[in-house]
Write a protein that binds this ligand. Structure first.
Ligand code: FES
Ligand code: FE2
Length: 380
């Protein structure tokens, strides 16, 4: 990519740190379309930051596992016999085959290639016919383990060695969402898809309220219209907004008794970048784990979790159907934006006021804090 577009992007990011919510502008083309930018993002963001993989309640019992691809690292997340969730390398220590696929339950992780097997903590348990090798020590052979932290029922991992803890960086969010008790919700629906979108466009879209009423006129807007949304001051490692529920639309399931009336009528839309967005509300909540596959393809692991044991399947199905309806509307626009953002006539546009597009600016600022040095270095 041309050095001048790196420099242009650098200037736009600097602007975002300086300008207020009422005078901010969106990002230039390179932010969304340049593979060299994505390579830096993989290194600086997905390779170093805490990244959400899924929900702890997806793995209720020892031996339950799910698999995930984080940058170039295939990982398997498994609950051990000690009840601890571990994030392990999903690459066989014999000759590098991928061990587990999808999700499920197992006594041991067995590599399909030559049937080496690993216990639920990642220790090699058996390696057929490997008893005579003079320099191979089976006892010290185990799957490498990545850092893992649970936060409000979400599982996060981090590819760097000994990263600073995630929890303290999200304290501002804790206060906003603690009464919802997401950690007590049950994940009853998960789907993984690849969407034709830049990963940052996807997050911006989830995190701005401006489009709710126009784009989701008949799906989401009757419940969460744009006019009931308000900006939440961002933290160092998160950003968020409130999406108020319309009082005209009664909701049949109550959330946790800790919720205040105001909280019960609100959804906290939050991002823990680079890999998690979530809509936290009392009766049920949503989450999406976001992984870039290329500049215009994003892998999304999306789920809904429900508070309390009384949710009937038909009501869960209704919520899932609604989710798909409005996400389908988003998908059309996001796919079209891949074309729009590449146009020679695309240029930076003015952002709507903070209550509506403030989180987009918060995202640029987060990004700038972590990426500006790298981009400046690459620009030479
Ligand atoms: S590569 Fe896994 S057992 Fe050979
Ligand atoms: Fe949307």
């Amino acid at each position: 990519m041309a050095h001048d577009s790196f420099a242009h992007l650098g200037e736009a990011l600097k602007d975002s740190e300086k300008l207020g919510y009422d005078e901010a502008w969106s990002m230039p083309t390179a932010y969304y379309t340049d593979p060299a930018v994505l390579a830096l993002e993989r290194e600086r963001l997905f390779g170093r930051e805490w990244v959400c993989i899924g929900r702890a309640d997806e793995l209720p019992n020892p031996g339950d596992y799910l698999t995930f691809q984080l940058c170039d690292e295939p990982v398997v997340v498994i609950r051990g016999d000690d009840n601890k969730i571990r994030v392990l390398s999903n690459v066989c220590r014999h000759r590098g085959a991928i061990i587990a696929e999808g999700s499920g339950h197992t006594g041991r992780l067995v590599c399909p290639y030559h049937h080496w097997s690993y216990d639920r903590s990642g220790q090699l348990a058996a390696a057929p016919k490997m008893t005579t090798h003079p320099t191979f020590d089976a006892k010290s052979c185990r799957l490498p383990e990545f850092a893992c932290e649970e936060w409000h029922g979400f599982i996060f991992t981090n590819l760097s060695d000994n990263p600073p803890a995630l929890g303290p960086r999200l304290q501002g969010l804790d206060a906003l969402i603690k009464n919802y008790h997401m950690e007590q919700m049950t994940t009853r629906y998960v789907i993984e898809e690849v969407w034709p979108s830049n990963w940052k466009s996807f997050i911006e879209n989830f995190m701005e309220a401006y489009h709710l009423s126009p784009l989701h006129k008949t799906t989401l807007a009757p419940m969460n219209p744009t006019k009931l949304c308000s900006h939440i001051p961002a933290g160092e490692a998160y950003f968020a907004y409130n999406a108020g529920f319309s009082p005209d639309l009664p909701r049949s399931y109550k959330g946790h008794p800790d919720l205040t009336d105001a909280e019960a009528m609100n959804c906290v839309m939050m991002a823990v970048p680079p890999g998690l967005v979530s809509g936290c509300s009392g009766d049920y909540s949503s989450f999406i784990c976001v992984q870039p596959e290329s500049v215009d393809k994003v892998r999304v692991r999306m789920g809904l979790m429900f508070y309390g044991p009384t949710w009937e399947q038909k009501d869960v199905d209704f919520a899932v159907d609604l989710f798909h309806q409005y996400m389908a509307e988003d998908k059309v626009v996001l796919a079209n934006m891949v074309r729009g953002l590449k146009s020679r006539h695309y240029s930076r546009g003015p952002l709507a006021p903070a209550d509506f597009e403030g989180p987009a600016l918060d995202f640029y600022r987060y990004y700038s804090r972590r990426m500006s040095d790298a981009l400046a270095g690459a620009a030479g």
